[in-house]
Design a protein around this ligand. Sequence first.
Ligand code: NAD
Length: 517
Amino acid sequence: MDLVSFSWETRPLTILRAQPRLGHPDAPAAGFGLLIGGGPAAAESGATFSARDPFLEQDWGQVALASPRDVDAAVRAANRAFADGRWSGMLAGERARILLRLADLIERDAALLTSQQVFENGKLVSEMLPGTTALAGDCRFFAGLAETHGGMTVPPTRHGFTTFTLKEPIGVVGAITPWNTPLGLLGWKLFPALAAGNTIVIKPSEITPTSTLMLAQLCLEAGVPPGVVNVVTGGSETGAALVEHPDVAKIAFTGSTATGQAIASRAALRSARVTLELGGKSPQVVFADADLDRAVNGVMAGIFAATGQSCMAGSRVLVEDQVFDRFCDMLAERGSSMIAGDPLDPQTQLGPLASKAQLEKVLSYFAIAAAEGLECVTGSHRLERTGYFVAPTVYRDVPPDSRIAREEIFGPVVALFRFRNEEEAVVLANDTAFGLAAGIWTQDVGRAHRLLHRIRAGTIWVNNYRIIGHTLPFGGYSQSGTGREMGAHALDAYTETKSVWVDTGNDLEFRTGQQEI
Ligand code: NAD
């Protein structure tokens, strides 16, 4: 297999669909290796898996399938890079300068990084491009924090001491990411991990491995020393090997709740640090006094954008009784007239689902809804065209205990519920095992404030939805996760805190029995 290491010469292979492209009969099939110790490597077994375009339903490349031995090689490389201080030993300002260069490179290659992700998961270029640009901003944010994230001097509790804390990198971070926003969600882990001086082994989703390799290559170009950023590609076995590896000090995971819980329990056995960003079944609460046109837009953005494949999808929409029927008609009309098509076409509004497995999952929920006797307003079928497309789907008056109401579908499928008063809205909104996000639509500012305190979710949007930015933390309550990513405190999740007592020599008597533990 000829390995693509994303050097300048190989870059034309990854250019936009309009040009001869990966998978095109005229283009050479590409092979993608692992990135270990700063260079591309084949899997030791020689095994590969296919990269597939969900819009064309075509394979366009072969990707190395990392075994536990490959994972071990990557972790050893990361461990060596951590131990010799080539990164952690740099001044924080030097690391910041390299991260700022990386941000510039991300901007330089934004179109390439974007199209690569679109080939992988079919997400619309109109959404992916701003996301890639935002990635550069995220990188700069953490570059800025590198020099300011320090410990603090604290008043000593005994005479004769100086006491302070130090913030130190944890060691080797294992980052495991999903396919829906491959680079955005990687950046939330990679940038703070690097800013704090850690090294990293990344296990991207098997559906979106190549864009991650591309970003890792940019890290090298920016001046991140070899071995600091490593990538192992593969599926659950590759990820499990990373979780089990004794030299991985922290696992940063984004993905489904079931996988996250399994990972957390394995990591707990060896006291590895863990942060989890998991699934959701987020409510949007629409009151009768809301600007309904804006609310429909927000609900569309919440559940039909990204073809519903978003952790923060607003998949449960609670509408006040007086406007329920009108809102339902507005949403059905807008949803059913969305333009489905090529995700690289800026006019397209609805892209394919990211994989055949995801298509089958969503279709299985259509069957569940039919079996549960749910009232379908629009959708509930596959689109008759090439690509893993399904119709935007609306179910109304969904019983709160139905599976459509309770389970994360990760597709353009929305359940509408009716409520009669504020109290009922709060009870319905909180009637979920998740707690990632919520939207509130009302023109009554007092009501908005009452609800934003009472709804249990990590992010609340009032009269908007699905907006994020690096200055605010993101994460979930209950089964939506553990810890927060982004925001000024994100570096805490990538550092250990060391407390230091310096005896200043003023009090030399032998101390015992005084609050020691
Ligand atoms: P997934 O849990 O199937 O896979 C996520 C990652 O974990 C992949 O890289 C996968 O290969 C790996 N993996 C699978 N089994 C593993 C194991 N046993 N050990 C180690 N690694 C393993 O999730 P997905 O289908 O890729 O992504 C969709 C899910 O991600 C949805 O549930 C969505 O809500 C969630 N998500 C959450 C957020 C958030 O910020 N909260 C953001 C995006 C996606």
